[in-house]
Design a protein. Structure first.
Length: 136
């Protein structure tokens, strides 16, 4: 649901993208391959933000039972997110991660942030093209 809401908002802003492209490491929720922009919508529960939303101090606090299992699962997701981020950055990508709860509160805010990042990447791309033209 949050991913769809963000995609609709981006589309209204004129941003065109790919959804869950398997060609991009980590299979981001939204990607703009031409500008190497990868966007992930992270669910608060599965990516370790739920306890903060609920005003709890520790990751373990939302789990009355089997907290060890859930914490290992969520910490594993966080570690994988970090590995994927690093892999993408190493390949020259810009990575944006957005909490699902942020999108649900106000989808315009993250969509505008993405649009600004895209405009910056486009201007860098144009500058690079101009440098190549002048070096020929």
């Amino acid at each position: 649901m949050p991913e769809l809401l963000l995609r609709k908002t981006l589309h209204k802003l004129g941003v065109r993208f790919r959804v869950a492209s398997r060609k991009v490491p980590g299979k981001p929720d939204i990607s703009i391959v031409k500008y190497k922009l990868a966007i992930f919508v992270d669910g608060d529960f599965w990516h370790g933000n739920e306890h903060k939303l609920r005003g709890l101090s520790r990751l373990e606090d939302p789990f009355p039972t089997n907290s060890g299992f859930w914490c290992r699962k969520i910490l594993g997701n966080i570690e994988r997110d970090q590995r994927v981020n690093q892999c993408l950055v190493d390949e020259g990508w810009t990575v944006i991660r957005i909490w699902a709860s942020t999108i649900l509160l106000n989808p315009d805010e993250p969509a505008q942030s993405i649009q600004k990042a895209l405009m910056k990447l486009k201007s860098i791309n144009v500058s690079d093209a101009n440098l190549k033209d002048h070096s020929s």
